[in-house]
Ligand binder design. Structure first.
Ligand code: SF4
Length: 434
């Protein structure tokens, strides 16, 4: 069987299809000169693939099928696999319709967006994977039978999956030098899922079961990536790297034990970190950490069903990371349902106080399949799915207008980065790293 893994790129968008839990996250800041500069920096620096494609490629290859990873083209294939993103829906669905019209190939879609809104795809595709697709892909690869309609998944043992086939892609370019130096940066999952229930979290749409891998197998994979792909850095693509803290520490200990010298990045919650864990992770190569702050207002956090993290602890851990020259990327959400002018100002002030090397601000987006969406679905006014890029307001907010939310979010970037305290810290960090 000939299998095509189709990536659809839209030259008009700065869109990372792996972000927002796989719904795709845009970067459509406003039209000021600084916004355009931020956009261009991001576009040039971030080349970040979908790990689901690399797993799919490996599964089909293992059974002897011919696999091609293609971008914006239609080739002769028996099966197309596509992970569509919400913010590029209009472009992607046109492509899917073209494949349907111009070829005899079967089409399967996967990822959280088609899982949450299968009716958008059903007329044009053969099957829709309702979760992480590997069990379905293994069945197809083994039997050659393409399923139809919405297909339930079976849990898989992560350690039994073949290593993602990065060589199908132009992997030398992969990385994001704003966050972590080193190309290629390759991607590893030490775990999947998350057991928290933040109501806006798009990661939970694909599946909320938390599963872990054996630390030895994870580090075997890292060694394999260094040896076979000359990986210069590793990004752990776990929603919550320290979800099972003992396991995450065992991964770090194993990296140290094997003497691997490779920088890595992960994403977690600040309340999962203490100085001892940071020391261990640093020794093992952790140089960047992504954390959700979301809002400075504890009430807003609680109303979003997120367990708040004490401000004192957040400040202590971030300052400790800074002292150790670990880059912290902090995420903030603007326009959560209970936000108002005052709480947004509070969040900006707090972000400035934390003064992390990277801060990312997005507009609260009720992705379908989340509890946030269920709570708000009657207030959603935005039918144009291309606007669901985490930079546009899509629901009627009780305290703020659409313009105010988007304007605040845009302003956050300039007000955060164009400050003397940030610029001084930037040069201090740069001086240290050089
Ligand atoms: S802790 Fe992070 S990954 Fe887990 S549910 Fe909350 S936002 Fe999602």
């Amino acid at each position: 069987m000939k299998v095509a893994l189709l990536t659809l790129e839209n030259p008009n968008l700065v869109l990372n299809k792996d972000y927002a839990g796989g719904f795709g996250g845009g970067f459509t800041t406003g039209n000021s000169i600084f916004s355009k500069i931020f956009r261009s920096i991001r576009k040039r620096n971030e080349i970040w693939p979908l790990i689901s494609y690399a797993y799919a490629g490996a599964i089909f290859r293992k059974e002897g099928h011919e696999v091609k990873a293609i971008t914006n083209e239609i080739i002769d294939a028996d099966l197309y696999l596509i992970q569509p993103s919400m913010a590029d829906y209009s472009n992607e669905i046109q492509y899917i319709r073209r494949i349907r019209k111009e070829t005899k190939a079967k089409i399967g879609v996967m990822g959280p967006f088609p899982k949450a809104m299968p009716h958008l795809f059903e007329p044009y595709v053969d099957f829709i994977a309702l979760g992480d697709p590997e069990s379905i892909l293994i069945d197809i690869a083994k039997t050659g039978n393409i399923p139809e309609g919405q297909v339930q998944i079976r849990p898989v043992v992560l350690d039994e999956l073949p290593y993602p086939a990065w060589d199908l892609f132009d992997y030398h370019k992969f990385g994001n030098s704003i966050l972590l130096e080193g190309r290629p940066t390759l991607f590893v999952q030490g775990s999947r899922g998350c057991f928290y229930h933040c109501n806006y979290c798009p990661y939970l749409v694909i599946g909320d079961k938390h599963s872990i891998r054996s630390p030895q197998k994870v580090v075997d994979e890292i060694e394999y990536l260094i040896k076979n792909y000359d990986a210069k850095a590793i990004t752990f693509r776990d929603p919550l790297f320290t979800g099972h803290k003992k396991n995450a520490k065992a991964i770090a200990e194993e990296i140290i034990k094997r003497g691997l010298k490779i920088p890595w990045m992960c994403e977690t919650r600040l309340d999962h970190l203490d100085k001892e864990t940071i020391d261990l992770f640093y020794e093992a190569g952790m140089r960047t950490i992504k954390v959700g702050i979301e809002s400075a207002n504890e009430e807003i956090i609680k109303l979003a069903n997120r367990i708040p993290i004490a401000i004192k602890h957040q400040e202590e851990i971030i300052s400790y990371c800074d002292k150790k020259h670990i880059k912290v990327c902090a995420f903030y959400i603007i326009g959560l349902p209970d936000d108002n002018h005052e709480t947004i100002a509070q969040t900006l002030k707090y972000a400035k106080r934390l003064n992390t090397p990277v801060a990312n601000f997005t507009v609260a987006t009720p992705f379908p399949g989340t509890l946030f969406y269920e709570n708000l679905k009657d207030n959603i006014f935005e039918d144009n799915l291309d606007k669901w890029d985490s930079f546009h307001s899509v629901f009627e907010h009780k305290n703020l207008s659409k313009y105010e939310i988007e304007h605040y979010n845009d302003k956050m970037f300039t007000q955060y980065y164009l400050r003397s305290r940030y610029i001084l810290a930037y040069f201090r960090r740069l001086f240290w790293s050089s």
